[in-house]
Design a protein around this ligand. Structure first.
Ligand SMILES: Cc1cc2nc3c(=O)[nH]c(=O)nc-3n(C[C@H](O)[C@H](O)[C@H](O)COP(=O)(O)OP(=O)(O)OC[C@H]3O[C@@H](n4cnc5c(N)ncnc54)[C@H](O)[C@@H]3O)c2cc1C
Length: 352
């Protein structure tokens, strides 16, 4: 079959690669450059998403944990295991039992993963690893495994695999409209396909709207910002934002410290950049746990999550994805970086 793919983020690239591997003639349209949008503005984690257990998203977490391990096998040069610690403080929203139970479930959902299961650490061990960590109320913590990637380079590696499998990739090719009969319009002309995949991430709904089609699913667009601080990170951490239910990460990143993320609803007409308020709140949260430090921000970036609408609070919005087919047009709504290959396999199944 001739298949057109709209979107050169991780989900579009994985779909294109998978379909080409199955013998289809695939052409991908990216309006900008590959991997320039959401897919390179992540927390750089290949993870199951411990937090999603709180929302009962067991299917997603199981799939993501399986995919985390699959990426580690697929591209060990661009992804590596990462041990994170969740410190436990007196008065935290999630107590020792809650975190311990969540991690027990996380390990069960990971099945026969080669990564180490969780374990409890005494406060003395945490302070040995991180002498600058806040001491007041520190009760110890849990260590668990996930993985870290270079999102941009790993995505470009996928693009290279897709090219080698025969995908024709066009950058600077914006799709102006598409239809349910396999039509795709760009400035350069009209194209006809047996299937068209709308994998435009946060812009998937907007493309349908421009095409005069009704979106069966509404996206909640939630910006997330990160800061890179001028210091070496000795230990990856998952922390509660002081006084809030939200969590944030402090992670090692290329000899520096990556801190993120935030959750702010936004429209597609607004700039995708961290606001001064987000920067301030991330620095405040970091400073709460490292009170003696005065870090300097060396870089900042933001991305927009394409989440399934429905939750009052963006923190509670589902990280699941929906694949919808109408005639020859298939649209992807949502989708984590980690699960992009699993999503691609489902899309390929539906396209055939
Ligand atoms: C702050 C933040 C942190 C995150 N952290 C993680 C994490 O650590 N781990 C994880 O697994 N997931 C993470 N995610 C989620 C993950 O990044 C996204 O779900 C995923 O990258 C979405 O990929 P995508 O390909 O669907 O979208 P995108 O990467 O946005 O790609 C869509 C592409 O479509 C193109 N496009 C749009 N409209 C058109 C058009 N009309 N014609 C042609 N091209 C078009 C765009 O230019 C873009 O390149 C995070 C997300 C955010 C925002």
């Amino acid at each position: 079959m001739k298949i057109g793919v709209v979107g050169g983020g991780i989900n579009g690239l994985c779909c294109a690669w998978e379909l080409a591997r199955r013998g289809h003639a695939v052409r991908l349209f990216e309006r900008d450059h590959l991997m320039q949008a959401t897919s390179r503005a992540t927390s750089k984690l290949l993870h199951g998403g411990l937090r999603y257990i709180e929302h009962g998203e067991f299917r997603l977490v199981r799939e993501a944990l399986h995919e985390r391990d699959a990426w580690l096998r697929r591209a060990p040069h661009l992804a590596h295991p990462l041990h994170l610690v969740v410190p436990q403080y007196a008065g935290a929203r999630r107590g020792r039992l809650t975190i311990g139970l969540g991690l027990w479930i996380y390990d069960r959902l990971a099945g026969d993963s080669a990564l180490a299961g969780h374990r409890h650490l005494p406060a003395t061990e945490l302070l040995r690893r991180l002498p600058g960590l806040r001491r007041d109320g520190l009760r110890g913590g849990y260590e668990f495994s996930d993985a870290q990637m270079d999102d941009y380079r790993l995505g470009m590696w996928v693009a290279e695999q897709a090219r080698q499998a025969g995908v024709r990739i066009g950058e600077g090719e914006e799709v102006i409209r598409c239809d349910e009969q396999g039509g795709v319009s760009t400035v350069a002309g009209e194209h006809r396909f047996d299937r068209v995949l709308n994998v435009a991430g946060p812009w998937a709904g907007a493309l349908l709207q421009r095409s005069g089609l009704t979106a069966p699913v509404r996206l909640d667009l939630v910006r997330g910002s990160h800061l890179i601080l001028d210091r070496v990170c000795e230990q990856a951490l998952l922390l509660e934002v002081p006084g809030e239910k939200r969590i944030f990460f402090v992670l090692p990143w290329k000899g520096h410290t990556l801190v993120g993320t935030t959750e702010v609803r936004q429209g597609l007409d607004e700039a995708i950049a961290p606001s001064a308020e987000e920067e301030h709140s991330l620095l405040r949260a970091y400073g709460h746990y490292f009170p003696a430090e005065t870090p300097v921000v060396v870089e900042r970036f933001a991305g927009v999550r394409p989440l399934l609408a429905g939750a009052a609070n963006p923190s509670d919005a589902s990280r699941e994805y929906v694949i919808h087919r109408s005639g020859r047009l298939i649209t992807v709504f949502g989708g984590k970086w980690t699960t992009a290959m699993a999503l691609a396999q489902r899309v390929a199944g539906l396209a055939s």
